[in-house]
Design a protein around this ligand. Structure first.
Ligand code: ADP
Ligand code: MG
Length: 238
């Protein structure tokens, strides 16, 4: 787990600027939610943190280290996307343990870790199933399990609940909340959904047109929105 700092982080695609000087400090163990309407730059910020997109200007600091030019695999992060891709021909256990096997973790330690994670995510009864025999919510939990198994220092979530129906969305959201309470993994979670932001975040970063409109606790944004955009987006009566 690690402190993360974004200092004036900016991104242009060609001559088209989409992220404008984002400053953000994330403490070890904090759950930070980037929220804002579609197209405001949330995924681009996350992809710069992950190393999947070059940083046009500014600095990314991971655990005290200037990380702008670190390759994605040297950043020790786990990412959970909306379109989770599980291996269809592997069991749930093998899907969760895949990264451990790649890293040559011995079979016994691997199995112990898989069982631990399955218990955390309430997947213990499904370990021998193939993904097609699971519900959407269970599959998304397997994707999270795979990310957790790797003991990454930072978790990045890009709208992981968007493809789930309303009931499953609530179920998986609760699971993420419980997981964070238990494990305290430093997390950046991207969503356009205010309810997700309000229920999950230690700190919300509300984005508008590639800029930070306001940063604060859910209560601060709800009770003291800095401007009309934040007020209408977070839904506080003005
Ligand atoms: P969000 O995740 O908040 O919906 P994105 O970060 O995906 O927003 O996109 C922010 C802006 O950057 C949008 O206007 C989008 O069209 C643009 N954009 C994203 N990726 C690219 C790309 N690879 N090339 C050009 N423009 C892009
Ligand atoms: Mg996005």
């Amino acid at each position: 787990m690690v402190d993360v700092s974004l200092r004036g982080l900016s991104k242009s695609f060609g001559s088209h600027p989409v992220v404008h000087g984002v400053d953000l400090d994330i403490q070890d163990g904090e759950f930070v939610v980037l929220v804002g309407p579609s197209g405001c730059g949330k995924s681009t910020i996350l992809r710069m943190v992950a190393g999947l997109e070059d940083i046009t200007a500014g600095e990314l600091i991971l655990g005290g280290i200037m990380a702008n030019d670190l390759s994605p695999k040297d950043r020790n992060l786990a990412m959970v996307f909306q379109d989770y891709a599980l291996y269809p021909n592997m069991t749930v256990a093998s899907n969760i343990g895949f990264g451990l096997k790649m890293n040559k973790v011995p079979a016994e330690a691997r199995e112990r870790r898989i069982r631990e994670i399955a218990q955390l995510l309430q997947l213990s009864d499904y370990l021998e199933r193939k993904p097609r025999a699971l519900s959407g919510g269970q599959r998304q939990r397997v994707a999270m399990g795979r990310a957790l198994a790797r003991s990454a220092q930072l978790f990045l979530f890009d709208e992981p609940l968007s493809n789930l129906d309303a009931q499953l969305r609530t179920e998986v959201r609760t699971q993420i909340k419980i997981l964070h309470q238990k494990l305290g993994m430093t997390s950046i979670f991207v969503t356009h959904d205010q309810t997700e932001a309000m229920t999950l975040a230690d700190k919300i970063v509300c984005l508008h047109g590639g800029k930070i409109a306001q940063t604060g606790t859910p209560e601060e944004l709800y009770n003291e929105p800095k401007n009309l955009f934040v007020a209408s987006f977070i839904g506080s009566p003005q």
